[in-house]
Each structure stands twice: as structure tokens, then as C-alpha cells.
Design a protein around this ligand. Structure first.
Ligand code: 5AD
Ligand code: SF4
Length: 441
């Protein structure tokens, strides 16, 4: 989601006549989009900005800004941490970043600043603005990519006890379906073959709209997108068990463009911990949804998020998480050590788990997850897959990389296929997380 939000901001700067640069020394404006889900992400962003502000620069007028969740949550207090920062903008202000930064840069250039500034302009803009949810819709002019993210809803009202997101992203707001359709049609006209729909709880898209013929607003959006000629693949992230009903399970049977992969956060395999997490369902519901989806789409790859070391998590609770991982046989999982976040219920709970136990469980679970993930990948050797060729392989530009419907990267020989095409391949080799394929003639 942050990548997508950053892209929106970048596209507004491009429209205003700016250019993007990878070189910090060349930049007149430097923005860091921040995440606050875990403490580490915040410390990294603050540390990086501290280094940037302290470096010697030939451009003393540089505008430094923070955007996103940490800005929303820490607000103007960031100026005390890194005084040289000029701009702090929140999660509902992405559409104003360009205007604020451009104005500041222009006034500094007019003033003819020659000495390094010790203190920034300290402009903080974190208020809520109506209509913000439809402000993330511009894409960068064609970068040769054939995949795109599309933001369909923002915010989260679930209030999981460990999570800072409801306070940084606010209430759930969905974009009008017609606007999303229009955006995707334009993307397809520009060569996009695959879209990934984004939302904090993506399946709660349009949750206040009544179901039509048993189909939720989200499933109806999937159906409508499916009709767009030239759009080949549809993905979405991330869904939540609440609001995940049979209509969405069924969608896997009749929407072939819907890819055979779902990232479906489990968080914990223990009902006791789920309850402490304030996730209002039992683990069996989650497991059953996974199994029902696999019944609807037998090759479905499922990946997940798991938190270890939540306050009060016993060996028995942890064992249940491990058992759930064995039962579902995830294709991959992100494992997070619980990180206390300010103003959350879980941060104030007793029985916080010590770092050593969190690390042990993290390590132990990672072994299980990796064993299952690599076994599932090895099982694909010899199979036929269809891949969307995305571009040159990162490690070897002589070869191309594509992804299967299951979202697994496959490396294929160089010029054998065009970027953006969808081609059948046979998987010939697997080295743990990477698959290698040959193009079927
Ligand atoms: N500590 C650790 N992990 C967290 N997540 C969210 N909040 C926390 C926290 N306080 C994880 C969840 C979520 C993912 C994006 O980040 O697993 O699904
Ligand atoms: Fe955070 Fe829970 Fe909302 Fe996900 S559903 S963003 S974990 S509060």
C-alpha cells in the first residue's frame, strides 16, 4: 500500500515538471514514506532521515519530508527528533504533498539559500480531508511494467489489540466502483495485464452496500473487473476472515482471471491468543476458509502473516500456531515478533514475552515454514505453469522473470519471450524459493 501511495505522490511531482532520481545528492526534495506497523520500521525511517539531513550537500535548500503512517501517528513531534525535517504529512494528505513541497522549494530557491539550514520549515499536515480515499488513482506514465497496484479502500475499523493501523489509517472508506473500473480500463490500455487490488481489509470493500444476489460489493467488483478485455489477471490483498463469505470462496470457481494465490493473515493458531488479539473469530473459521478455498481452487497457494510472542503466549499457544501451519501447508509466511505499539491495548498487557522467547519461536517457526514452502516449490518441478513475463531477472539480466498464477517467481531463458506476455512454461528446477522453467514450444 505504501508503494502505491508513493507512486501517487511521485506522479503528481512528474505532472508538475519534476523528475525522479535514485541519487540522493541530486535531489531537491527527499520524501520518505513511512510504516509504523512495527517499531523497527519507524526507527529505520527516522535513522535514514537523520543521516540524510546530516550529510554535506551542495543543495542547502533541499526539502525533507515524511509521509504516511508514522507521520500520522507522531505528527509534529517528529520535528523534535529530526529538527531539519520540513514537512510531515499524514495518511490522508498524499494529494497535498506535491503542493506543500513545491511551494516550499520554490520559495527557498527564490530566497537564494546558500548556508546549510539547521531547522526545517516544520509544516505538519495530518488532518482528515473528505474525498481522500479517491485521491490515490494516478499511475506513473508507462514504465514498461505489465502489473499495477490499485487502491480500492483505505482504513481499518477492526481494532486488533496489537495494531497501530486503525489509529494511523482511520475508518474504512471505499472508492466508488465506477472510478476503480475507469482506472483499471486506462491501465489496461497502457499495457497492464495484471492488477492487485489493495485495501487494509480488502474484502470489506463497500461493506455498507447491501449484497446483490448473495454477492458482496467486493465480489461484484471482482466480477466487473473480470469483464475487462485485455485484463488477464486479478489479485487482491489483504483479506480478513470477518466479511469473508461463501460468495468470495465461490468466486474462485467461476472467475478464472482471479489468480491462484491469496495472502491471508492468520496471526495466531490459538483461540485464546486470537481473543486477546481482539480478532473476533475462532481459528477453526480461518482454517475452514483456507480449506474451502482450496476445494474451490485446488492449486490455490496460500501465504500468511503470523505474530509470535504476543503478550501471554504460552508454549501451548505457540504449539497450536505451529500445528495450524502444518495443517494448512502455507506456501510462505511472514513471521513477526510482536512489537508493542503506542496507544494499543496489547502494549499495556501484562505478561509481555521476553525477546529471547520471541526470537526462539520466530526461528523455530521459520524452519517449519521454510521446510513446507520449499517442499511445495519442489513439488512443482515437472509441472506446466502459465507465467506473466515481468522483466529481466534481477540476479541475471540475461534471463527473464515471470510469475505463475500462484505468485511464484520463475526464471526463464532470455529473449525467448516478450515482456508483458503470458506464456506456458515447464518447471525444470527449483532452488528453494526460485523456480526455473523452459518455454514450451
Ligand atoms: N507487532 C508485530 N507484528 C505486527 N503486525 C501488525 N502489528 C504488529 C505488531 N504490533 C503484523 C501483522 C499484520 C502485518 C502487516 O504486520 O501480522 O498482518
Ligand atoms: Fe491491523 Fe487488525 Fe486492521 Fe489488519 S485487521 S490493519 S491487523 S487492526
Amino acid at each position: 500500500m505504501n508503494e502505491r501511495d508513493s507512486e501517487q505522490v511521485a506522479s503528481m511531482f512528474l505532472a508538475g515538471g519534476y523528475e525522479l532520481t535514485q541519487d540522493e545528492a541530486e535531489a531537491d526534495i527527499i520524501l520518505i514514506n513511512t510504516c509504523s506497523v512495527r517499531e523497527k520500521a519507524e526507527l529505520k525511517a527516522l535513522g535514514k532521515m537523520g543521516l540524510l539531513c546530516a550529510r554535506p550537500t551542495a543543495k542547502p535548500w533541499v526539502v525533507y519530508g515524511f509521509m504516511g503512517c508514522m507521520s500520522q501517528s507522531r505528527g509534529a513531534s517528529i520535528f523534535r527528533e529530526v529538527p531539519r525535517v520540513d514537512v510531515v504529512t499524514g495518511t490522508r494528505q498524499y494529494h497535498n504533498v506535491y503542493r506543500i513541497c513545491n511551494r516550499l522549494l520554490r520559495s527557498r530557491l527564490e530566497q537564494g539559500i546558500t548556508e546549510p539550514l539547521r531547522k526545517g520549515a516544520h509544516i505538519c499536515s495530518t488532518e482528515h480531508e473528505d474525498g481522500f480515499q479517491n485521491a490515490i488513482r494516478d499511475h506513473l506514465p508507462s514504465t514498461g511494467s505489465c502489473t499495477a497496484f490499485v487502491s480500492i479502500m483505505q482504513g481499518c475499523e477492526m481494532r486488533c489489540s496489537y495494531c497501530i493501523v486503525p489509529s494511523t489509517r482511520g475508518e474504512e472508506c471505499s472508492r466508488p466502483a465506477a472510478d476503480i473500473m475507469q482506472e483499471v480500463r486506462e491501465l489496461v490500455q497502457n499495457g497492464i495485464k495484471e492488477v492487485t487490488l489493495l485495501g487494509q481489509i480488502v474484502n470489506r470493500y463497500g461493506k455498507d452496500e447491501p449484497a446483490v444476489n448473495g454477492r458482496s460489493a467486493f465480489v461484484r467488483l471482482l466480477e466487473d473487473l473480470h469483464e475487462i478485455d485485455g485484463l488477464e489477471r486479478i489479485r487482491f490483498t489483504s483479506p480478513h476472515p470477518i466479511g469473508f463469505r461463501q460468495d468470495l470462496v465461490n468466486a474462485y470457481t467461476y472467475l478464472p482471471k482471479l489468480c491462484s494465490h491469496i495472502h491471508f493473515p492468520m496471526q495466531s493458531g490459538s483461540d485464546r491468543i486470537l481473543q486477546l488479539m481482539r480478532r473476533p473469530y475462532k481459528n477453526e473459521k480461518y482454517l475452514k476458509l483456507c480449506e474451502d478455498m482450496r476445494a474451490a481452487r485446488p492449486d490455490l497457494a496460500i501465504t500468511t502473516d503470523i505474530i509470535v510472542g504476543f503478550p501471554g503466549e504460552t508454549d501451548e499457544d505457540y504449539a497450536q500456531t505451529k500445528a495450524a501451519v502444518e495443517r494448512i501447508q502455507f506456501d510462505n509466511a511472514f513471521i513477526f515478533q510482536y512489537s508493542p505499539r503506542r496507544d494499543t491495548v496489547a502494549a499495556a498487557m501484562e505478561n509481555q514475552i521476553c525477546l529471547r522467547v520471541k526470537e526462539e519461536r520466530n526461528h523455530d517457526l521459520l524452519e517449519v515454514v521454510n521446510r513446507i514452502a520449499t517442499a511445495r516449490n519442489h513439488a512443482l518441478v515437472g509441472s506446466q505453469q502459465t507465467i506473466l513475463v515481468e522483466g529481466p531477472s534481477k540476479n541475471n539480466p540475461e534471463r527473464l522473470q515471470g510469475r505463475t498464477s500462484q505468485n511464484k517467481p520463475v526464471i526463464i531463458p532470455g529473449d525467448s519471450a516478450e515482456i508483458g506476455s503470458i506464456i506456458p512454461v515447464r518447471i525444470t528446477e527449483c532452488t528453494g524459493f526460485t523456480l526455473y522453467g523452459e518455454v514450451k514450444k
